[in-house]
Design a protein around this ligand. Structure first.
Ligand code: ASP
Ligand code: MG
Length: 412
């Protein structure tokens, strides 16, 4: 029988009543003839509560025990979902990650899935079980210890199962009804997209549109898993939500399909560093070792052998970045006159696969911002994305103006 993966996020399993509603949706797909793999998150708020327990008990916690505690929320919902389905006469069984097994690396609290062994679940399907309820977000390390996949990791569990079982589709039930052209909370003209390409979703996810864990989109792209994001609070239908799919499955695409933003960006400038071979390596090596996620980088032209180097990173990594750079300076590896951190910036990005074949997108974006009197501090581009850093106070204005400029509210 064809397999469908259905993932229910925390708000969709927040109460026994909602678990029952979710189970009914599963029942509908079972009745259509699918064997269903249900991936569940912990009940809303539960994972945060567990993380809080760990922090309070042991601020410098052992990551293995963090995983032992934090993975437990999903165990509860998996068992409850299986029981609910059984009450509805749907043959169902729950599975924790290690029971499947979902084999992961041993990078506790941010492990990656290496392999899913489908045999146990397949054998049960063959015996007549119709639903395998799997605890999301967790797996087992080569050492046999429980691991977790990073916050939001159940999305990745779901996609990995869809790939391993060659599922027809992977439906991600959440509290929003799809992927929007931008955040509806800051732009009331935001429009729900029927389809979006993997590459675009990847940019949007990593740019702060928090609907899906980035890793899950990467996996879906690699294994060409059709991924659908939809609300568990809406009527059930085959076309609801947004389909995240390969570019070829999208008939028509605008040049820009989404405007994303990220509030917590910081801009750091090293003033007057010696411009010599190896200087970038000497700066960004220590930053990477300190775990700083550098995003945009610009190096100014140099004057008399010295230049300014500017980069952006998440605001909460500024202190770590400062320490890494001052330490490198103390070791004599780099030499700068000043280190300036600007934490009042935001990143705004226009994303669209159509950019590959159309010119003038950057010009239109810059003109739009200039018409609003918004100064651009840093620019970065990729094949399908243009990002700018601007003063944070203009962020919402910029998003709205760009949404208008690229005619994102109009359909067709
Ligand atoms: N419960 C985990 C979290 O809150 C994993 C997930 O729901 O995706 O991050
Ligand atoms: Mg989530």
């Amino acid at each position: 029988m064809p397999v469908l993966v259905m993932k229910f996020g925390g708000t969709s399993v927040a109460t026994l009543d909602r678990i029952r509603r979710a189970a009914k949706r599963v029942g509908v797909e079972v009745a259509k003839g699918y064997d269903v793999i249900v991936i569940v998150s912990a009940m809303a708020g539960e994972t945060n509560k567990l993380v809080g327990y760990v922090d309070e008990t042991s601020p410098l916690y052992d990551a293995r025990e963090y995983d032992a505690v934090v993975s437990s929320g999903e165990n509860v919902t998996a068992g409850l979902m299986a029981l609910t389905l059984q009450e509805m006469d749907v043959p169902a069984r729950s599975w924790q990650g290690w029971q499947v097994p979902v084999k992961t690396t041993s990078a506790h609290s941010q492990a990656r899935i290496e392999d899913i062994v489908p045999d146990n679940i397949r054998a049960k399907f063959a015996e007549g079980m119709r639903v395998a309820v799997v605890a999301g977000f967790q797996g087992v390390s080569p050492e046999g210890r429980i691991t977790t996949l990073g916050r939001g990791g159940s999305d990745t569990t779901a996609v990995a199962f869809a790939a391993a079982f060659q599922a027809e589709r992977c439906d991600i039930y959440t509290d929003v009804d799809g992927v929007y052209t931008t955040d509806p909370r800051i732009c009331d003209k935001a429009r729900k997209l029927d389809r979006i390409a993997f590459e675009e979703m990847l940019e949007l996810a990593s740019l702060g549109a928090k609907v899906l864990q980035t890793r899950s989109v990467e996996l879906a792209m690699r294994y060409n898993v059709k991924l659908r994001v939809l609300s568990s609070f809406e009527e059930q239908s085959d076309t609801a939500g947004t389909l995240v799919c390969a570019e070829e499955d999208i008939m028509e695409s605008k040049v820009v399909n989404g405007v994303a933003y990220s509030r917590d960006e910081a801009k750091m400038t090293l003033v007057s560093v010696a411009d010599r071979p190896g200087i970038a390596a000497a700066i960004f090596g220590p930053l990477s070792e300190a775990g700083v996620n550098v995003d945009m980088i610009i190096q100014n032209i140099s004057e008399e052998g010295r230049t300014d180097m500017t980069f952006s990173c998440p605001t909460d990594q500024v202190a770590r970045a400062e320490k890494a750079l001052h330490d490198a300076k103390a070791r004599g590896e780099i030499n700068f006159h000043d280190l300036i951190a600007d934490t009042n910036v935001a990143k705004v990005s226009a994303v669209g696969i159509g950019m590959r074949s159309q010119s003038g997108v950057a010009a239109r974006m810059f003109k739009t911002l200039s018409d609003e009197g918004i100064n651009i501090k840093v620019i970065a581009t990729s094949e399908i994305k243009i990002s700018v850093l601007i003063d944070r106070k203009y962020m919402e204005l910029a998003v709205q103006a760009l949404h208008d400029a690229f005619a994102l509210e109009k359909t067709g």
